[in-house]
Design a protein around this ligand. Structure first.
Ligand SMILES: NC(=O)c1ccc[n+]([C@@H]2O[C@H](COP(=O)([O-])OP(=O)(O)OC[C@H]3O[C@@H](n4cnc5c(N)ncnc54)[C@H](O)[C@@H]3O)[C@@H](O)[C@H]2O)c1
Length: 100
């Protein structure tokens, strides 16, 4: 869950954990808060990675064994939005090639 420490992302994380899923949150805490995911910390199924979704190598290492990627990282302004979306598109393309 990219942006999992944010308002919407943290609620999705709660729901996924309630459904017995393993969740990794990637968040740079730009606007997100650790207190939003405080209730998840310590759970075996939960992992928090502080980092940026535009860090392609980091994202690639995190998604190695995942079934789904959610993006709730808020993009602020035109340039960051473009970069974020391009980064996620490249990631999805990389992942699609890997699983096909
Ligand atoms: N809150 C709403 O009512 C609402 C409604 C409709 C759509 N949205 C959209 O949903 C998304 C999330 O909204 P929100 O209210 O949860 O925002 P938020 O700011 O609470 O959450 C965004 C999260 O993304 C993280 N983040 C930002 N840039 C990042 C990056 N480069 N790498 C990693 N993490 C990064 C932030 O630290 C934060 O935790 C936004 O795109 C927003 O436009 C929100």
């Amino acid at each position: 869950m990219a942006g999992g420490a944010g308002f919407i992302g943290s609620h999705i994380v709660d729901r996924l954990l309630k459904n017995d899923m393993e969740v990794t949150v990637l968040d740079n805490l730009y606007t997100g808060l650790l207190e939003n995911i405080e209730n998840c910390r310590g759970k075996r199924e939960f992992r928090f990675v502080q980092g940026d979704v535009r860090d392609f190598d980091l994202v690639k290492s995190i998604v190695k064994n995942v079934d789904a990627v959610f993006k709730r990282a808020r993009s602020l302004g035109y340039a960051p939005k473009f970069t974020l979306e391009r980064g996620m598109r490249e990631l999805v393309e990389w992942y699609s090639k890997r699983v096909s």
